[in-house]
Design a protein around this ligand. Structure first.
Ligand code: FES
Length: 90
């Protein structure tokens, strides 16, 4: 999804029964690709793996779990009445 100029990747992590949102931009090669990444767990931390070169990021803290790239932005998600709400601060 897009909010102003920001592209947000939104994930329904069904095995955790939870939703997550983060920036779509991968900080590795600055590609808008994280929404096409693969969800997974790293020591019980939900993570997204970039489809390009498999850098992984925590969907909670945004930390790069397999390298020293900058952390990605993550956003709180709330589900209410079948709507998905994403929290931003400007
Ligand atoms: S562009 Fe995402 S890991 Fe390289």
């Amino acid at each position: 999804m897009k909010y102003k100029d920001l592209q947000i990747a939104v994930f329904n992590f069904s095995s955790r029964n939870k939703w997550y949102a983060c920036q779509n931009l991968c900080p590795h090669k600055l590609e808008m690709v994280l929404s096409r990444g693969m969800l997974g767990d790293d020591k019980d931390v939900p993570k997204i793996a970039c489809p390009m070169h498999k850098k992984t990021f925590s969907l909670e803290s945004g930390e790069n779990l397999n390298g020293d790239l900058d952390a990605i932005a993550t956003y709180p998600v709330k589900i209410e009445n079948n709507f998905v709400y994403i929290g931003f601060s400007e």
